[in-house]
Design a protein. Sequence first.
Length: 116
Amino acid sequence: MKFSLLVAIVAEELEQECIDTATESGAAGMTLISGRGIGGEPKKTFFGLTFEGSQSIMLMTLEKGLSLKVLKAIQAVVNPDDEDSRGIVFTLPIEHLGGIDMSQIKRFEAQLKETL
């Protein structure tokens, strides 16, 4: 079984919707990190100060086939109707993995059997 790391960096106000979407798409767990970023064009606020909103960084270890399904679902939340994106989602291959709960492996196997 091959695994991928799905990374989603989304606007903080979309965090819960993205968590729900990922869970409904088959992700069982994730690590959430708070962050802030600097975009290409700063957003102006009061008194000429710039403000870039807070982001949530979501990390998920998923079975490779499932990662694309979850990625597409989150992408639909952060970039609906090809409007301005409010996040980025990508996957990275995992070469070596240790410490994953065996119940999670069994869940991934069951999901694979359902799709075949």
